[in-house]
Design a protein around this ligand. Structure first.
Ligand SMILES: Nc1ncnc2c1ncn2[C@@H]1O[C@H](COP(=O)(O)OP(=O)(O)OP(=O)(O)O)[C@@H](O)[C@H]1O
Ligand SMILES: [Mg+2]
Length: 239
């Protein structure tokens, strides 16, 4: 179980980006974080992955305080993370990247399975370099394949749908549905996609740096997608 306790994060310029964020990701659950652009979702995901340190608060994973651990140590404790905008690794092939993620050498069948899951043909992609020649959607799918190959206790995906075409997105939903049903580890997915929200066990809404809603899908889903409030500082339309 992952627990965020009163997490706050202040940017270098002093802006309060996250303000007292607390929530729990229970074991073997599929939890989706959603909310408006700039609300603090990626910041929350990065704090969980250990890519940034909170200004205050605690992160507890399986009863251990991991607040002070860096990204590598967190990965060792069983947390996997897929970036909203994946990093490219010049000089490393897709096969090597998946093997590094899995932590062992893989045979052709394993590589093929990892890539097929994300809709890529191993023959075409396994020996390509993870460099700028890959399209945005391809790199995103490879990133998802590496996190899935790790079989971590908690996998965090930041907007897995970003840059993925509709056809591949349908496959992605199937992959996530399968992993959810296998109940091997928890998934924490940042998403704006209704189809991902539809398979969530629990939904957390983060807006303006705070958790504004959290609960089961049945509780939260009907309250989403209602008409948004106008910006407070804008003049009313028609005036
Ligand atoms: N290093 C930083 N310095 C200053 N502000 C930052 C920094 N990192 C993030 N922010 C700001 O914090 C807010 C939250 O950013 P974050 O990336 O977490 O949003 P998000 O909810 O993931 O949005 P999106 O849906 O657009 O991906 C934004 O207003 C962003 O500009
Ligand atoms: Mg984001």
């Amino acid at each position: 179980m992952l627990e965020l306790k009163n997490i706050s994060w202040k940017a270098e310029d002093g802006a309060d980006i996250l303000k007292d964020v607390s929530f729990v990701v229970p074991d073997n659950k599929f939890v989706v974080i959603t909310g408006p652009n700039g609300g603090g979702k990626t910041t929350t995901a990065k704090l969980i992955a250990g890519l940034m340190a909170p200004t205050s608060g605690q992160i507890i994973f399986d009863g251990t305080d991991i607040t002070k651990l860096g990204a590598t140590e967190r990965a060792k404790t069983g947390i996997g993370y897929a970036f909203q905008q994946p990093v490219r690794f010049k000089g490393i092939t897709v096969r090597e990247l998946i093997e590094m993620a899995a932590g062992k050498a893989l045979n052709e069948a394993d590589i093929c399975h990892a890539l097929t899951e994300v809709g890529l043909c191993a023959n075409e992609y396994a020996d390509r370099e993870v460099n700028a020649s890959l399209s945005g959607g391809e790199i995103k799918r490879i990133e998802i394949a590496t996190v899935l190959a790790r079989h971590t206790e908690l996998s965090v995906f930041d907007e897995p749908e970003a840059g993925i075409d509709l056809w591949s997105f349908t496959n992605l939903i199937e992959i996530f549905t399968r992993h959810r049903e296998s109940r091997k580890g928890s998934m924490l997915v940042v998403s704006h996609q209704e189809r991902l929200l539809n398979i969530a066990d629990e939904i957390i809404v983060i807006a303006d740096g705070k958790v504004t809603k959290q609960g089961t899908r049945e509780e939260i889903l009907p309250t989403l997608f209602t008409t948004g409030k106008a910006c407070k500082s804008c003049p009313k339309q028609g005036n």
